[in-house]
Design a protein around this ligand. Structure first.
Ligand code: C2O
Ligand code: CU
Length: 468
């Protein structure tokens, strides 16, 4: 019923302060998906370990595939004991659907539902995860993959999703500490059980002599990966879902939240290994085993994907922005209220999503922790349509994968290393590095900007920018 108001009594009413989401047009091609966040214990470690109390959006892995042009209508039902939201990582969607509690929507309380309906503007490899007590919720398993199909220039013989994560589990299957002060204050707390699609070193059968596409997603909260292949020549074809002219894969460094699409020609027999070289000893992540009679294929040429639809940054119309990553000093005083671009005022949030620890800062500002429930002022305000050239300065001894919501940026240059210019939504900034990125600020709203090492995000290295 149009305009109906729910009178259900709950702590967070549908407050007018949040942006509005456009509804799908009547002729929209809509794919409906149910995401029920709840405890689904399962055998993660091999027996004799006991089952692990993992949480998930569904039975089995949550991999959503839709076609470019379709709408996704995902209904989140919260059957957890605490509130949650879904953030659609890397999707340039309307602000109202970005899934950030207190900034773009009320948190979805236990027992409640929330529907996200949007038409992803870009094809590619994306994922989704909660944006609330993320250390616990993501740490216990809550995440899914969102594939927007339609970027191929010719079909692959296989299209595989490889979702990587490292579980903080004890030998008996129970969860260990998902965070520690020592980890949060340094490079993060590491797990002890590395999986691809929830399996340790899985074996994928691939058509012999076929052209294989692998969509690799680093969904771990902490680990860096130098992704490579053994047994075949790999080619990178997309970064964070955005097409890249096929480029030979030398090990490619990926922080948490980063994705890489690669292609290779499967052998006529035998196998290819997906490797992580960011370790004292290289680690096998997964194996691709050739099966069947070799396909009849001409000599291998990596198939490029379609050119991304991301607006090119324009130097002639640019504003500069410096983002300095540092350790936190004393917490800064926080304003009582925040003015949003539409003139409304964002009142105090409650403390549910906020950490009680502060180790990190962006431009000297921490995501609030001491004065409970207050949002800090935006890190910057950009005029809609302008190109923003941002220099991210890492003044810490640790690498930080910096993620911007609602926009896709181009990684341009570094004072420390040679950069292959590419589109991304998350960029790894190494110690002492000054990394230059640029994007067209064309999506109005309040957009989070944070480190995707989740313990850093939740202990201060988080903020937001306004586009209006
Ligand atoms: Cu996947 Cu705010 O991030
Ligand atoms: Cu960080």
């Amino acid at each position: 019923m149009a305009g109906a108001v729910s009178l259900a009594p709950h702590a967070f009413s549908a407050a007018p302060r949040y942006p509005k989401a456009p509804l799908p047009p009547e002729d929209a091609d809509i794919v409906d998906v149910a995401l029920t966040a709840k405890l689904r214990p399962r055998q993660l470690l091999p027996a004799p370990a006991k089952i692990t109390p993992t949480i998930s959006y569904g039975d089995g892995p949550s991999i959503i595939r839709i076609r470019h042009g379709q709408w996704l209508r995902a209904t989140l039902k919260n059957e957890l004991a605490e509130h949650t939201t879904v953030h659609w990582h890397g999707i340039r969607l309307p602000n109202a659907l970005d899934g950030v509690p207190y900034l773009t929507q009320d948190p979805v309380l236990p027992g409640q539902s929330f529907t996200y309906a949007f038409q992803p503007p870009d094809p590619g490899t994306f994922f989704f995860h909660p944006h609330c007590d993320t250390i616990t919720q993501l740490g216990q398993g809550l995440a899914g993959v969102l594939i927007i199909e339609g970027d191929e220039t010719r079909p692959f013989d296989a299209d595989l999703v490889c979702l990587y994560r490292d579980w903080r589990v004890n030998d008996d299957g129970s969860f260990g500490a998902l965070t520690t002060n020592k980890g949060a204050g340094t490079a993060g707390t590491f797990g002890s059980f590395q999986t691809v699609n929830d399996q340790h070193q899985p074996v994928f059968k691939v058509p012999a002599n076929g052209d294989i596409r692998v969509r690799f997603l680093n969904v771990d909260m902490t680990r860096l990966i130098d992704l490579g292949l053994e047994g075949a020549e790999g080619w990178m074809i997309a970064t964070d879902g955005n097409a890249l002219a096929p480029t030979k894969l030398e090990p490619w460094r990926m922080g948490p939240a980063m994705r890489l699409d690669i292609t290779f020609r499967a052998p006529k027999s035998g196998s290819v290994k997906l490797m992580n070289y960011y370790a004292a000893e290289p680690v096998v992540l997964a194996t691709f085993e050739a099966e069947g009679a070799p396909l009849d294929r001409p000599a291998f040429e990596p198939a490029p994907l379609k050119t991304p639809l991301i607006p090119e940054p324009k130097a002639s119309d640019a504003v500069d922005f410096t983002l300095r990553l540092s350790a936190a000093s004393a917490p800064s005083p926080l304003p009582a209220d925040l003015k949003l671009p539409n003139g409304e005022t964002l009142p105090l949030a409650d403390s549910l999503c906020l950490t009680q620890r502060t180790f990190w800062a962006m431009n000297g500002q921490t995501w609030p922790s001491t004065e409970e429930g207050r949002l800090p002022p935006p890190l910057a305000s950009f005029q809609k349509g302008k190109t923003v050239v941002a220099e991210v300065v890492n003044a810490t001894p640790h690498p930080h994968p910096i993620h911007l919501h609602g926009h896709t940026f181009k990684v341009l240059s570094s004072n420390k290393r040679k950069i292959l210019p590419h589109f991304a939504d998350t960029a790894l900034v190494t110690p002492k590095e000054r990394l230059k990125i640029a994007f067209v600020a064309d999506n109005p709203g309040a957009w989070m900007l944070h480190c995707h090492i989740i313990e850093h995000q939740e202990t201060g290295m988080m903020g937001y920018v306004l586009v209006a």
